[in-house]
Design a protein around this ligand. Structure first.
Ligand SMILES: Nc1ncnc2c1ncn2[C@@H]1O[C@H](COP(=O)(O)OP(=O)(O)OP(=O)(O)O)[C@@H](O)[C@H]1O
Length: 668
């Protein structure tokens, strides 16, 4: 395909933008620009030079006499000296780019969206909105002719106008993971194609999105800031003084929303005179993003880094935050929650009562080793149910749980880690200065009640939450089963009325993968839709001889790794030890310190237990022995999550048993 004739011009402009931005960030920023109260980053003095190095996102042309609106770019931050202005993606004016039905968009003639390769522009996609109007884009310097509108014209999305922050066609307000618009999809290709078109209704930069989704996957999430859809942008820019809960089926872009919400909340444009956080100009928000695993942190960090000053957003994972809270040296092996009582929210009360009992007659230790001794004191008081004179609790069930707790030295397990964190907080709360103004939790369905208590203590009193997750992907029944319970715990709604926003448009997986995995869900929650309508059929192999299970899994993985050599292939199993043995016998060599990356010649295969694969994605996935994945309260959240990590292709290899629902899916 011939590249767009203006591509070289835009590439040159992007280089100029990045150069100028770099220089501007290195100079004393207070003196370098004239101020425009509406869009300028007015708190330049707070910006460190390592943030805001994202390439230009796109360009908007309007039919208007207003010089500042006729032709402008959208970038990571305001820059006036590029011939036409560059406005920040977080400024109100950026709605003209991200939300085709935003106020004022009647004047928009064309929206240009850039695709990127690292910090370069690699392609562009024009969406013409008006017929018969000359291109408003000023592209004089390289003498590139304006494009003929008819050759690039695209259909304008014909969705009803959503007011800002109102649900758009692919976001709805609903309860408990229910989908308000989704009858289960009958399995015929005609209906599938129609559904795919429906789900694409209201999208912007549709072609650029589809191109992007079929490109090979990397270890880290690649920026999709330029491709944010109207509903995603509305969630990212949700009012800063509101908490937000987002439910979405796998691959709907919840992580993308979480990451860009973090970047949005610290964007300088919000702190200028008229910005939503003008009152905080001298003390910008501190934001904490908490994900499920260390792999998740490296997966998403790259989305935030180019858009935020380094000390304003911290990305971590639950285990790390709990361990850091205790200040005790691990390791903390095992999984969360053995019994409900291990993660019960009441542990906070027990720990606080225990601490008060101790304080009656003793001082807390100070100096070397004091943290360990103090936590031990609180823990042991819980284990003994207080003292004979002052019991913590009378309830027989809780007393039995306390009596069964292991001695402190034997309690260094993941299962008791949140309890240890709670013991520390009971005698030594997080100081105000170390708390966050906004906490964003991804995979929030997997946070246990006691972990919510610990997280809550990292939030300033007037702080807010953004919670994203999928109740169908719950991996354990010791966590809350509904958003309402979480909302109640965190007192998110003063009047008790709380409605999560529901994202319904899938991006990651093909229709073939989603339809297969869907069968694991209760009937009324099936019918999840994706913009990648079809795709390769799911391969299901039954292996009759047990010793061939791992051999076959590796053969299939090898084929897929060859097919997706530029992308990524992963094997997900509850028994990674067996798979490691097979990889070793097959001549694959481990790369790095963990067991996740294996190489043979030029090829790479990744290996994950379902726990560690949460939040990640790969071009191809091989799920081994699905019948061995654990069930919780009759739900197969871990298996559902694992199947939906696949972007292009999924294979399932089984010997012992296969869940009935998947057997049926394989036959249909
Ligand atoms: N607007 C978009 N344009 C292009 N790609 C997108 C867009 N939104 C999301 N994606 C891509 O879709 C994939 C899934 O996104 P993401 O990981 O945020 O989904 P998720 O809802 O968090 O999934 P899960 O719950 O299964 O972990 C990612 O590769 C992401 O880059």
């Amino acid at each position: 395909m011939t590249p767009h004739p203006e591509l070289p011009y835009e590439q040159a402009k992007n280089k100029e933008y990045l150069d100028k931005l770099e220089r501007r960030l290195q100079r004393n920023p207070l003196t370098d620009v004239a101020r425009n109260v509406l869009w300028i980053d007015a708190v330049n003095h707070q910006i460190k030079a390592n943030g805001y190095h994202h390439p230009l996102l796109g360009r908007v042309g309007c039919d208007t006499d207003d010089e500042e609106l006729r032709d402008f770019y959208i970038g990571s931050r305001f820059l006036p000296e590029l011939g036409v202005p560059v406005y920040s993606w977080a400024a109100p004016i950026a709605r003209l780019f991200f939300q085709p039905d935003a106020d004022g968009s009647e004047d928009v003639v064309v929206r240009r969206t850039f695709a990127h390769r690292f910090t370069d522009i690699s392609d562009l996609d024009d969406e013409w909105v008006r017929e018969g109007v000359d291109s408003p884009f000023i592209s004089k310097e390289l003498n590139v002719p304006a494009p003929a509108p008819t050759s690039t014209r695209r259909r304008r999305a014909a969705s009803p106008a959503p007011a800002s922050h109102q649900p758009s066609p692919s976001t709805s307000t609903g309860g408990e993971g229910t989908r308000s618009d989704a009858p289960a999809a009958p399995d015929t290709s005609t209906v599938r194609i129609r559904k795919a078109l429906d789900i694409r209704e209201g999208m912007r930069a549709e072609e650029a999105v589809l191109k992007r989704l079929t490109a090979p996957r990397q270890d880290k999430l690649q920026s999709v800031l330029a491709l944010l859809q109207p509903d995603q942008h509305a969630l990212v820019s949700w009012p800063v003084d509101d908490s937000l809960v987002v439910q979405g089926h796998p691959g709907t872009g919840k992580t993308v929303v979480a990451a860009y919400r973090a970047a949005y909340l610290v964007n300088p444009v919000l702190y200028e005179d008229e910005g939503a956080l003008a009152a905080r100009a001298s003390k910008p928000l501190k934001v904490l993003v908490v994900g499920p695993t260390a792999g998740y942190v490296s997966h998403v960090d790259g989305l935030i880094q180019p858009l935020a000053a380094f000390d304003q957003v911290r990305v971590t994972h639950l285990h790390d935050l709990m361990a850091e809270t205790t200040g005790l040296k691990g390791p903390w092996p095992g999984a969360i929650g053995g019994e409900h009582n291990d993660v019960d929210a009441q542990a906070r009360m027990f720990a606080e009562r225990a601490a008060r009992i101790h304080e009656q007659n003793h001082r807390w230790r100070e100096g070397n080793g004091a943290r360990r001794e103090n936590i031990k004191t609180v823990y042991e008081l819980i284990r003994r149910n207080g003292t004979p004179e002052r019991r913590l609790v009378e309830d027989a069930d809780q007393v039995a749980w306390m009596a069964n707790l292991p001695a402190f030295e034997q309690a260094f397990k993941r299962r008791y880690l949140p309890l240890m964190a709670q013991c520390r907080l009971a005698y030594n709360p997080i100081p105000d200065g170390m708390r966050y103004d906004h906490i964003i939790v991804d995979e929030a369905q997997d946070v246990s009640p006691i972990e919510w208590n610990v997280l809550d203590q990292y939030l300033r009193r007037d702080g807010h939450w953004t919670l994203v997750g999928d109740m169908n992907q719950r991996r354990s029944d010791v966590t809350y089963g509904s958003w309402h319970e979480i909302a109640d715990h965190l007192a998110l709604a003063a009047d008790g009325e709380f409605r999560p926003q529901v994202m319904t448009r899938g991006y990651r997986s093909t229709g073939a993968v989603l339809r297969f995995a869907d069968r694991l869900l209760p009937a009324k929650q099936r019918g999840n839709q994706t913009v990648q309508a079809d795709g390769e059929p799911v391969k299901v192999d039954h292996v009759t001889r047990p010793e061939m299970l791992w051999v076959s899994a590796l053969q299939v993985a090898h084929q897929l790794a060859t097919k997706y050599a530029d992308g990524s292939t992963a094997i997900i199993t509850v028994n990674p030890g067996e798979m490691m043995g097979e990889l070793g016998r097959g001549g694959w060599r481990r790369k790095g310190s963990g067991f996740h990356i294996w190489q043979k010649g030029e090829l790479t295969v990744r290996l994950y237990a379902p726990e560690d694969a949460r939040g990640l994605e790969f071009d191809a996935v091989v799920v081994v022995e699905p019948g061995a994945f654990p069930e919780n309260l009759g739900r197969t959240g871990q298996l559902y999550t694992s199947l939906t990590r696949a972007n292009r292709e999924l294979a399932v290899i089984w010997h012992r048993n296969m869940p009935d629902a998947l057997r049926r899916a394989a036959r249909s």
